[in-house]
Design a protein. Structure first.
Length: 291
């Protein structure tokens, strides 16, 4: 069982310049995304907050239908956070976030209950959770400490977002304290400097976008290329990768096999609009890896 701590966001998808087109609906937020993909290949719980509004209810319903245990998601009087995923004419996407004072940013250490932590094999949190508010950062750090005391593996995705003005030192400290770290090639030098990323933790996954990923574990380096796919929207791909890799590793799967499945999940998620809405199920993932 994987537990994630952090925010969920309602997603609106628009095309650049398409004034009269109806927005596409989706579901995002890195901690919530990871929980959705983890639920599809194993089991997941989410600790966070949503607003007591229509968007918060939609998020909760989507997560429940995806198999996420939402008993530890608090309904807050603040509004549910939103992000706009704008597909650009030239290719790629641009993101606009509306999360200041949101329910998700009001997550606190008091929300992380013993019941949430009990029985977890892994606790996952991210640099966004550390950056959206002081109380959310305290919740994530408390969850990590208490989960480790219970014997759970601690996983951290750097997810550096300059617009949130994160404390880079805090990101590095969290990475150094984690058992498994997920970091992009761009983030690696910023957070860890020019040193070898394999020295940062016992297990590190360096994501390379369309080129796949490389894992540093047990003194070895394992590189997996991404299968070919026509990419429509890469949002949430890294969260899918982290979820599958963690689920496989806590199940005792070797690094190469775990990374192969994780890269496949991330790649499949890029075929359609939306973050968690585009994630493959376990059967499709099995079929892709077997082919």
């Amino acid at each position: 069982m994987i537990g994630t701590v952090g925010e969920g966001l309602y997603e609106l998808g628009v095309d650049e310049g398409a004034v009269f087109a109806q927005p596409r609906r989706g579901y995002g937020g890195d901690a919530a995304n990871t929980a959705v993909m983890a639920a599809r290949v194993g089991g997941a719980r989410l600790c966070g907050r949503v607003g007591g509004d229509a968007l918060g209810r939609l998020l909760l319903e989507f997560w429940r239908r995806a198999g996420v245990d939402t008993r530890f998601v608090v309904t807050d009087e603040a509004p549910t956070g939103i992000y706009v995923n704008e597909r650009l004419r030239a290719g790629g996407c641009r993101f606009h976030y509306h999360r200041r004072g949101s329910a998700g940013s009001r997550l606190s250490a008091d929300d992380v209950s013993d019941d949430f932590l009990d029985g977890l094999d892994a606790l996952h949190y991210t640099g966004i959770t550390l950056a959206i508010s002081t109380s959310a950062a305290e919740a994530a750090r408390s969850a990590a400490r208490r989960a480790r005391d219970r014997g759970a593996l601690v996983s951290f995705a750097v997810n550096h977002r300059p617009a949130l003005q994160p404390d880079v030192r805090a990101l590095a400290d969290a990475a150094n304290d984690a058992d498994v770290v997920f970091v992009s090639s761009e983030e690696s030098e910023l957070v860890f400097g020019a040193g070898a990323p394999s020295a940062v933790s016992r297990e590190l996954v360096l994501t390379l976008g369309a080129d796949g990923a490389v894992a540093f574990a047990d003194g070895e380096e394992v590189r997996i290329a991404a299968p070919p796919v026509e990419s429509v929207d890469a949002s949430g791909a890294g969260d899918a990768l982290a979820a599958v890799y963690l689920a496989e590793r806590i199940a005792g799967v070797p690094v190469e096999r775990a990374l192969t499945r994780a890269v496949a999940a991330a790649t499949l998620s890029c075929r359609a609009f939306g973050a968690a809405l585009s994630y493959p199920d376990a059967a499709e993932l099995d079929s892709t890896v077997a082919s």
